[in-house]
Write a protein that binds this ligand. Sequence first.
Ligand code: ZN
Length: 285
Amino acid sequence: MKRIIFALAALLVALDAGAQSLKILSKEVKQGELLVVRVNPGWQLPTACILVEWKKVGNQEYRLNNYGYAFIGVPLDVRQGKYRIRLVECGRRVMQSRDVDEFEVSSDKFPVTRTGGMSGKSSRPRKIIELRAIKNAFSGINQLQPDLTGGLRYLDPLSSRDVIDPYGRIYLGSRKGHYGVDFRTSIGTSVASVNRGVVVLVANDYSKEGNMVIISHGLGIFAVYMHLSRIDVEQGELIERGRIIGLSGDTGAGVREPHLHFNIKIYKDYIDPLKFIDTINRYLD
Ligand SMILES: [Zn+2]
């Protein structure tokens, strides 16, 4: 009996040693989608980060939540092909394990429009002070915030998904992508914070965005709400999931009809906000 127990214990040790330190939960992703990586319990150190080698776009480190998940936004403009991930010590690029895993990015077919979308050309010149404030909101310090959501699922910002302009739409005139999603709303519709987080920017009457709120949810994940008619949160405030941050509107130059422009940004990359919510919620409570 003793011998059997010993043999079993030895087998378990061997199995554990053979286990990969990390696992990619979806081997194939498209541009603008969310890639989820799970780090195995023995490797979930507070200093552990997932490093993705995005080739030309550059390397990016992703922190883990309390359950060992890393949420990686696949950039819209990254090339099709295979990319490698490793487990490293955050900020130091030191390998934590020898394991290297790979995933494949395929390109998505995005709908094309000739109209220029919901926000036409702004007649007002861009103010440097506005660009600086937006840059500050997404700064390195805010990117380093730990998970503020407590592992709770993400909500939708509105009670329905009435999409007028989807993510990734390419405007033929400008050759640029649409990095968020536009929801049709009447002016004065309540807009909810999709999760718990810190308000990192309250922007009043910006030339393009109008009244805008940017919230950091930690782990480099930011949510952006534009064209609001009213803002009911303050910069620096910690807000709970579902808190009404303000009312929808049509503020910002060039806005053709009332709508909510909503972005999700992970570190440097704007990804499809609806796919983000649907995918991440599979791994949250
Ligand atoms: Zn938009």
